[in-house]
Design a protein around this ligand. Structure first.
Ligand code: UTP
Length: 273
């Protein structure tokens, strides 16, 4: 039912400069795989086959990663190293990849609007690859697809964060209707701690209904001078059309050095088991 996943990946990744001066943040590796590959694997696990990536200047490595490299493959064919490409080959063989470029980096909301021609008029998933998610059993996007099937409206993944951290996130308010499910009434982007309506922070996983595009078109620049997805989602929330889902699993904020190191340690320990 959810066939497409949009990956906004045009941001500058300034927190990782100078590493991200010419290399996309989404290509930073956690052990042997770049961040974007973890995101695509999670989407594929959720049954999604069409990957739509919003890139920007200097991001061509993303396209090359999801393509064959004949010279390299020729070099390692028949050696013990050939299997090192298995994980990426599986994605290339089973998914399609389409790309569009965001010309001016006007924010996440604008990046999503830029992806409209790749998505069309259907509900779709969104993955911010710098949030690396590990589900408890099913992946986080798989869990969200199940929630979407029940509620048929936009779904945002949320996590409870310490109030001292809340100013970094979009924050939801509403009514808990089940253990891990909130009917969202409103939301605010990057509130001060004393103005935050809750400690439920939105993380980089969404399922959006396509009316979001029309709302984004008339959304003015908000916090930080950027067109904020949170502002468009608030319009849907006020119509009773947003569910927040407290996912089961762990999230690493790999857009920050501490989260990046924590994710690296997590996957390193997993690989040693
Ligand atoms: P971030 O807020 O993490 O920004 O964007 P950033 O530029 O990637 O990183 P910093 O803060 O400068 O270190 C959240 C997501 O939205 C995408 C980013 O690529 C990231 O996946 N994004 C953001 C866009 O695609 N376009 C934009 O204009 C802004």
């Amino acid at each position: 039912m959810i066939r497409k996943c949009l990956f906004p990946a045009a941001g500058y990744g300034t927190r990782f400069l100078p590493a991200t001066k010419v290399m996309p943040k989404e290509m930073l590796p956690i052990l042997d795989r770049p961040l974007i590959q973890y995101g695509v694997e999670e989407a594929m696990e959720a049954g999604i086959k069409n990957m739509a990536i919003v890139t920007g200047r200097g991001k061509r490595a993303l396209e090359d990663h999801f393509d064959v490299n004949y010279e390299l493959e020729h070099q390692i064919r028949g050696t013990s190293k050939a299997s090192l490409l298995d994980s990426i080959d599986r994605l290339i063989d089973n998914c399609t990849f389409s790309y569009t470029r965001q010309i001016s980096m006007l924010g996440l909301g604008h990046a999503i609007l830029t992806g409209e021609p790749l998505i069309g008029n259907e509900p779709f998933a969104v993955v911010l690859a710098d949030d690396l998610c590990v589900g408890t059993s099913d992946g986080v996007l798989s869990q969200m697809v199940e929630v979407y099937k029940r509620f048929q409206c936009s779904i945002v993944a949320v996590e409870e964060v310490p109030i001292t951290e809340i100013h970094k996130y979009g924050v939801v308010a509403g009514t808990m209707i089940e253990d891990d499910i909130m009917q969202v009434s409103t939301m605010v982007e990057k509130p001060m701690a004393n103005e935050a309506p809750s400690n439920f922070a939105i993380i980089g996983r969404y399922i959006l209904t396509p009316d979001i595009f029309q709302i984004l078109e008339s959304t003015k620049a908000g916090a930080g001078g950027e067109i904020q997805l949170t502002d468009a989602l608030r319009t849907q929330a006020e119509q009773g059309k947003v569910i927040a889902y407290r996912f089961k699993g762990q999230r690493f904020d790999c857009g920050s050095p501490s989260g990046f190191v924590a994710a690296t340690n997590h996957f390193y320990h997993l690989s040693r088991r």
